[in-house]
Structure formats: C-alpha cells, structure tokens
Design a protein around this ligand. Structure first.
Ligand SMILES: [Zn+2]
Length: 491
C-alpha cells in the first residue's frame, strides 16, 4: 500500500481520496485541482487562490524559478510558502515542459530535485522526457528508457519529506504507457503524472487521451494517485476522473483569460461572442459582458481568470458530489454532449467497461439511462457476467412485462432493457431498479438481447421462450436459435 494515498469512495473508475502531503503538513482531498502559478506573472495571487477559491494545493515551475535571477534567490532565502504566502501544499514541475518546447534545458534530475527541496517544494518532479504523440516507436522507446533511468536515479536521492513524482510517458503507444505505469509503480516514488497529453488535448483528441490513461492505469496499482498533467479544461474533468485520475492542474484559467476566453463546462467562449454570462459566480453576478469588455486589459484579464477558476473549481465539486451520489457516469454522459470529440472520449471510456467494472460499487443510488451509450455501462456488463452464475430452471419463460397468471414466478423471469433477463426476486436490487425511458432505443434492446444470449450460452440445457411486446425483428436477430419467440403485440 502507498501510505500517503487513501481511496475513500468509488464510482466507475473515479474515486474520492485523501493525499497526505507530509512536508506541507496537509491532507488534500482528491480529485483536486492545482492552479498553475507562473512565477513571473501573477494573474491571481496564490493567497487569493487559497482565501477566495479554497485552493488546497497549487503547482509552479521550479525550472523558471531556477533560471530567473532574483526570483531564484528569493525562493532559496524565504522558501516558496513564504514567497507565495500560500498555506496549502505546493507542487513543482521540473522544466520537462521547457525541454519539450525548446529541445534542451540546463539542469539534471539530481540538480532540479535538490533545488526543489531547497526552495521548500512539497511535491517535486524529476526531469522526464515528454515524448509527443505520433512519434516513431523507436523514439518513444528510447525516450521512455531515459525517463525510467531518471526515475530510478530520483528514487535514490534523499529528498526528506518531499514527495516525488514518477511521470509516465510512452507517446501514443498504449503498451508503452502500460509498461511505463508498471515500472513507475514498482519504484518508491509517490505521485504519478500521465505526461505529454497536452498536444492531444489541444487538438481535442480525447479518445486517444482515454486510451493512454487507461493503459497507464492498467500498469499502476489501484492505490497510485494519478495526475493528468496539463488537463485544465473543466469540460473534460468528469471524463478524466471517471478514468481514475486524481489530480488536475490548470494553467488554462489564466492563459485563456489572457486571450479573452471565457471557460464553461460546455466549452470555451470568446468574450466578444457573449451576450449573456451563463454563470452565477461572484464575477458574473457583478458584471455584464459589456462591462467586462470595457475594462482595461489587465483588469479584464484578472476578472476573466477569476471567473475561469470559479467555474473550474465548481466543476470539481460537482464531480465529487456525483461520486458520492453514485452518478458520475451520468455526469460524464452529460459533458460528452459538449463536443463530438468529447463523445468519442466517452465512447472510448466505455470500451473499457470491464476495467471500470472492477472498481464500480455493487450498489449505488439509481441508474439513469440517459443515452444509448448507457447500454455499454459497466453495470450492464456486470449483470451479464452475473447471468452466467445464476441458477436457472429447466424451462424458462422470459417476458418484457408481468408474468402470466398461469406461471410460477420462479420459471418466469423478466427482461428489462438494457440489462436483459433476471429472476423477478432481483427486481428491487441495483442496477435493475434503473430509470429507463418508456421510448427506449435499439441500443438498450440489443443489450437486453445480448443478456438473453449470455444466459442461453451459460445454460445450454434450459429450454427458453421469450414473449415480447413487438420488439423489432433486427434486434431479435440476436436471440439464439433455440429460443422460442412469441410476439404479444405492441403494449
Ligand atoms: Zn462566472
């Protein structure tokens, strides 16, 4: 067990956890948002982040501090906490991003970790190699090799109480990401950023992000705190959390504000395009769009950054509440409607339903069928797996309605889209209490038929009849040949 991270609550792959950060003397509840502080540009002061926004942890770049005369000396003399007047935990990046941008940097892993320790960082980062998407496999492997040697060196350095991250690379090769996860997990390092996803996020390639994170998670243990490095847009937090990411950092709140961009959970809007402010944060209740447009540049940037951060923290709270209530996947489904590329991300997440099923609680509040994607949720998969284990009578009548009066209930099971058949005694148990629209869709009916198929394959000696109310022929094609079909007509 990694003693500094404890998972408290689960929903799909998402979790509420507690990350203890000994050097800061604080415990941060995850999923957590780390606002990025640029040491040279103070859009919102760290103190304000703590007092006004409730930020418990932030991230800043130790390489920029190291390379900036004056700032470096102040940081060494006073320490980051005093310099920033920030009471929470401070994580530092190492300059890997600069390495990816400019091709070289002037520090080694040993030097930058020693520097991060010296300036009072609570979570430090080695210099990994952020390999961009789509490079040759040779390059991805060579880069990963270098990153792994540096993690092994980082492991050997005495950093006192400072936690140290083990970034996971491997470009867009899921097997390399998985191997990187396994290697990192075997080190004694503490926090696991999935790196170099920013180019994919910038191009809305959410499906590939999901594949990469799912692969890294397969390699890491369930008790490893995972940081989706560079993912700061609130639109995709629910998806990232459902995959099992625990930490997110946002430079977006400030970067977008600089370009007059206004964040919403449904995407980014340009200030010029806004006639209304679809938000009730302190900024949006104080100003009209016109008033913001008329502010001087620096004030406008500050005001937009504050709104962007409010909306970002609010989404994180909404996600945590969804995990508690057991409806995180309903929230992911909702957010997936914001952009077709988000829908691709959600559909890719559901390709990993078997992985999500392993952490998904057996019982939750209520399953809402909100789109045809719901038919692929882990709860449906789990029900189908359960059908293989249930005891079945020699002769079974399946109906999509009530049992006929002439029938013994034990021999007449109910069929409910999207789950399929189940003994009526189970009808009050999760997820069979699901709320499903009366006007159901082919995906739900097809998933129910898949359930009938699973049942028949697991119990080949049972004679099965399915009496239904006008199910379409193209859906019923999936019913195994040995099953007798009776059409009772439309309900
Ligand atoms: Zn607002």
């Amino acid at each position: 067990m990694r003693e500094q991270f404890e998972v408290r609550e689960l929903d799909a792959g998402g979790r509420i956890g507690e990350l203890s950060i000994p050097r800061a003397g604080v415990t941060v509840e995850t999923p957590a948002l780390l606002p990025v502080i640029n040491p040279n540009l103070d859009t919102l002061s760290p103190r304000r982040l703590a007092e006004e926004f409730g930020a418990e942890i932030l991230i800043t770049n130790s390489y920029i501090i190291h390379q900036t005369d004056g700032v470096r000396e102040d940081a060494l003399e006073d320490g980051l906490h005093e310099l920033y007047e920030f009471p929470g935990a401070i994580m530092t990046d190492s300059g890997s991003f600069q390495l990816a941008e400019y091709g070289e940097i002037e520090v080694t892993t040993e030097e930058i970790l020693a520097f991060q320790h010296a300036i009072g960082s609570d979570i430090g980062t080695p210099v990994d190699i952020p390999t961009p998407p789509g490079v040759s496999r040779d390059r991805a492997e060579t880069d990963l090799e270098t990153t792994q040697r540096r993690l092994e060196r980082a492991e050997a350095i005495d950093t006192g109480e400072m936690l140290v991250t083990a970034p996971i690379q491997g470009s867009t090769y899921p097997d390399l990401r998985e191997a990187a996860g396994r290697h990192a997990n075997a080190t004694s390092l503490d926090v696991f950023p999935v790196g170099a996803v920013v180019p994919l996020l910038n191009e809305y390639r959410y499906a590939e992000v999901v594949e990469i994170v799912a692969a890294a998670k397969r390699g890491l243990g369930a008790d490893a705190p995972v940081h989706l490095f560079g993912a700061g847009h609130p639109m995709m937090f629910a998806l990232g959390v459902a995959l099992g990411c625990d930490l997110f950092d946002s430079a977006a709140y400030a970067l977008y504000a600089r370009d007059d961009r206004y964040l919403t959970v449904r995407g980014t809007r340009h200030l010029d395009a806004l006639e209304y402010l679809p938000c009730s944060c302190p900024i949006c209740t104080k100003y009209t769009p016109n008033e913001i447009r008329e502010l001087p540049d620096d004030e406008r940037e500050e005001v937009l950054a504050a709104h962007n951060l409010h909306v970002t923290f609010a989404e994180m709270a909404r996600i945590k509440q969804a995990i508690r209530a057991g409806n995180l996947l309903e929230l992911v489904d909702e957010r997936a409607r914001s952009h077709p590329a988000m829908l691709d991300g959600y559909r890719t997440l559901l390709d990993h339903a078997a992985y999500l099923e392993r952490s998904d609680p057996v019982s939750k509040g209520s399953f809402f069928y909100t789109s045809h994607e719901s038919a692929r949720r882990p709860e449906v998969l789990r029900h189908h797996q359960r059908l293989e284990r249930l005891t079945v009578p020699d002769s079974l009548l399946l109906t999509d309605g009530d049992a006929p009066a002439s029938y013994d209930a034990e021999n007449c099971w109910r069929v409910e889209p999207p789950f399929g058949p189940f003994p009526r005694a189970l009808s009050k148990s999760y997820p069979l209490t699901a709320e499903v629209p009366d006007r159901t869709d082919d995906a739900a009916l097809t998933a129910a038929v898949d359930g009938i198929e699973t049942l028949c394959e697991a119990h080949p000696d049972t004679s099965v009849t399915f009496a239904h109310h006008g199910w379409p022929a193209h859906v019923l094609e999936g019913v195994p040949e040995g099953v007798s079909l009776v059409d009772l007509g439309k309900n």
